[in-house]
Write a protein that binds this ligand. Structure first.
Ligand code: NAD
Ligand code: DAU
Length: 337
């Protein structure tokens, strides 16, 4: 099988490539990634010498390049995106370019080259926000109500993917997953930022009152779910993937990390809330469980402990990312700290 992965130098994409080449060593992967601030070839040092792995530095908005790379490809797994909500609030333009136009360019090329499957990685953020008081969860039938520029751009891309299925018959599948965590996640995101700031004895920023709820999914569980959808998922269908059965607030997850690192939580610092901050996400993942037999392989406590251990052992990896441009970003994003 020949697979084109987009955004494979980012967090989930690199975990996916490592997972896939281990599980399916007979397959060939081409990884197309623009290496934005979020892309890091060091994530892939364990596979980059393999004969069945090829890296191409390039933009998914480059129609000529995308068209060349789609030749002979069986499956496209599309991760490439601008992914950070806070950055989308400051500058939405690049989110529209990559997430919407880039997806459109890929879809056109996939259609022209008669790709056997186009799998689109999307997010639960397209469904909007739940109230803290309600027990509702998002599922495959929840209407779209994106509330940040990032979420709006992902919603638009989902609509385009389904439009290519209904209008042109492109064989697509979509997964809408919740917040991932695990190795190789950029330290701009909550869990790696919290772990690395605690290790560095720096303040841990908490937006608003810290009661916002996210549904946490370990990245390897996510990769396994994508594998199942590629093999057994129904064309034209969407699958929601989440990691939890009970609600966990941001403050609770931050305090769990302090406990795992055996540190007092005095570094917690409440800062100005994110504009339009979605209060709660919760995923009903019963469809993928029932239809494909998927479920997380371990508990939040177990996966989080493994994640904390990874960041503790791989300081050189994240220390580089927290220098230079990131210091400027951090000062702008957290002026209260
Ligand atoms: P990430 O920001 O870590 O990585 C994105 C990758 O895409 C980077 O390697 C970057 O260089 C690349 N990229 C960006 N623009 C590109 C372009 N124009 N052309 C080619 N490559 C480009 O993102 P992630 O957290 O790994 O997320 C991957 C996908 O999963 C995204 O589509 C995101 O919307 C979705 N998602 C992420 C999460 C999460 O919790 N991280 C949850 C739900 C869905
Ligand atoms: O739900 C899926 C989404 O999860 C993905 O689609 C996005 O690509 C991914 O970035 C993530 O979005 P979030 O905005 O939920 O993730 P983030 O790690 O930025 O924030 C998680 C929660 O923690 C959120 O409620 C905001 C809060 N937060 C975040 C940061 C960075 C803080 O309280 N302090 C912080 O410094």
């Amino acid at each position: 099988m020949n697979i084109l992965v987009t955004g494979g130098a980012g967090f989930i994409g690199s975990n996916f490539i490592i997972y896939w080449l281990k599980k399916h060593p007979q397959d060939r992967i081409v990884n197309l990634d623009a290496l934005t601030y979020a892309g890091n070839p060091e994530n892939l040092t364990s596979v980059d010498q393999l004969p069945n792995y090829r890296f191409v530095k390039g933009n998914i908005c480059n129609a000529k390049l995308v068209s060349q790379l789609c030749k002979g490809i069986d499956i496209v797994v599309h991760f490439a995106a601008e992914s950070h909500v806070d950055r989308s609030i400051k500058d939405p333009g690049v989110f529209l370019e990559t997430n919407v136009s880039g997806t459109h360019i890929l879809l056109k090329s996939a259609l022209k080259n008669k790709i056997k499957r186009f799998h689109h990685i999307s997010t639960d953020e397209v469904f909007g926000s739940l109230d803290l008081s309600e027990n509702k969860k998002f599922n495959e039938n929840t209407p779209y109500f994106p509330r940040s520029p990032y979420a709006a751009s992902k919603a638009a891309s989902d609509h385009l993917v389904l439009a290519f299925y209904h209008t042109y018959g492109l064989p697509v599948t979509i997964t809408n997953c919740s917040n991932n965590y695990g190795p190789y996640q950029h330290p701009e995101k909550l869990i790696p930022l919290t772990i690395t700031n605690i290790i560095e004895n720096k303040k841990v920023p908490v937006y608003g009152d810290g009661k916002n709820i996210r549904d946490w999914l370990y990245v390897e569980d996510h990769c396994r779910a994508i594998d199942l959808v590629l093999k057994e998922g129904k064309i034209g269908e969407t699958y929601c993937i989440g990691g939890l059965l009970k609600d966990v607030s941001n403050l609770e997850i931050i305090r769990m990390i302090f406990r795992i690192l055996k540190k007092e939580d005095s570094l917690i610092s409440f800062v100005k809330d994110r504009p339009g901050h979605d209060r709660k996400y919760a995923i009903d993942w019963s469809k993928i469980k029932k239809d494909l037999g998927w479920q997380p392989e371990a508990t939040l406590e177990e996966w989080l402990t493994k994640t904390v251990e990874w960041y503790s052992k791989n300081r050189v990896w994240w220390q580089k990312l927290k220098k230079g441009q990131f210091e400027i970003y951090f000062k702008q994003q957290y002026p209260d700290l």
